[in-house]
Design a protein around this ligand. Structure first.
Ligand SMILES: [Zn+2]
Length: 142
């Protein structure tokens, strides 16, 4: 099994997300989010939500972390920790982006104190996800 997370790596990942959260740029919502993504090679990429005066251009912490990792050549993920004030869950766009890179990635959702309120897989968060294989020729018939 590639997605075994021990308690130490859980704690490390959540702490990294808590630390990242302090750098969130959320002057409009005041809802700071920190994310920490663990790759299969053991690296951690963090992300924060980055809001904008033109609201729709805002981006979530989870996607920042994923895009940072992918842009550095890392596309295989073991887990992502997401920390908010009250243990808010990843939005639909972030679920879709995570699904692109694997349905088995563990998602640790924690509050500002680092208390895990939910631990699920990406598949749990996005049943019936649209996946890269849907674009292959053999799945287009019919
Ligand atoms: Zn999101």
């Amino acid at each position: 099994m590639k997605n075994i997370l021990n308690n130490n790596s859980r704690e490390e990942l959540i702490q990294a997300a808590i630390e990242a959260r302090s750098r969130a740029y959320a002057p409009y919502s005041n809802y700071s989010v920190g994310a920490a993504l663990l790759t299969s090679t053991g690296k951690i990429f963090t992300g924060v939500n980055i809001e904008n005066a033109a609201y729709p251009t805002t981006i979530c912490a989870e996607r920042v972390a994923v895009f940072k990792a992918v842009s550095e050549g890392e596309c295989k993920f073991t887990a992502i920790a997401v920390v908010t004030l009250n243990g808010g869950s990843p939005c639909g766009s972030c679920r879709q982006v995570l699904a692109e890179f694997g349905l088995e990635t563990r998602v640790l959702i924690a509050d500002a104190q680092g208390q895990i309120v939910q631990e699920v897989s990406v598949a749990d968060l996005l049943p019936g996800a649209f996946r890269p294989e849907h674009l292959k020729d053999d799945s287009r018939s019919g």
